[in-house]
Design a protein around this ligand. Structure first.
Ligand SMILES: Nc1nc2c(ncn2[C@@H]2O[C@H](COP(=O)(O)OP(=O)(O)OP(=O)(O)O)[C@@H](O)[C@H]2O)c(=O)[nH]1
Ligand SMILES: [Mg+2]
Length: 171
């Protein structure tokens, strides 16, 4: 029997959460439940046969959506992917708030167990960049998250990031 784990994809609106999933899904995709009518939530199932893992990925869209997600969804979270947009400083400023929301609601009793990555997305837009590597990496170090710079357009680091998350929870 494969191991089933749940991963939340969170972060400011427009950071590229959906795009990152679309980029990775074709290689590991089996099904998508689409948008829920009650919540702005999109669920996908990714398969990682190499590590015998079924990863249920839940994208939480909209900044208020996390307040409306049922507690059991958050409590069963094994890892989170927190995405921000390097071309938008306001997006970076929301990182701590999202971190607190996820940690408070999802993992407070299991804080040391939850795995998280900080994803600095849209690095393909080098000329429009407002948040440096240094700032992003420092934030990740402070929050004890692994740091990835990605582009959902070129695909840079997308597979590496998902495989890191898969490996960190597959046990
Ligand atoms: N250049 C560039 N554009 C990107 C990248 N990722 C996403 N985008 C674009 O940014 C916009 C927002 O991307 P989405 O994936 O919809 O963002 P989201 O985080 O899912 O936003 P919400 O669901 O509204 O919270 C879209 O126009 C994407 O095509 C990237 O890595 N590089
Ligand atoms: Mg989205």
């Amino acid at each position: 029997m494969p191991i089933i784990k749940r991963v939340l994809v969170v972060g400011p609106s427009g950071a590229g959460k959906s795009e990152i999933l679309y980029k990775f899904k074709p290689t590991h995709f089996t099904k998508s439940k689409g948008h829920s009518q009650l919540f702005d939530v999109q669920e996908s199932l990714l398969l990682f046969p190499e590590v015998n893992l079924r990863m249920e990925v839940v994208e939480i869209g909209g900044s208020e959506a996390i307040h409306t997600i049922p507690a059991n969804v958050l409590l069963s979270t094994d890892a989170f992917i927190l995405v921000y947009d390097v071309t938008d400083r306001n997006s970076f400023k929301e990182v701590v708030r999202w971190y607190e929301l996820v940690c408070n609601k999802a993992s407070l009793p299991f804080l040391s167990d939850i795995k998280g990555v900080l994803v600095a997305n849209k690095v393909d837009m080098a000329d429009a960049r407002q948040v440096s590597y240094r700032e992003g990496k420092l934030m990740a170090d402070i929050l004890l998250l692994r740091y990835f710079e990605t582009s959902a357009i070129t695909g840079h680091n997308i597979a590496e990031m998902f495989l890191y998350v898969a490996n960190s929870i597959a046990s």
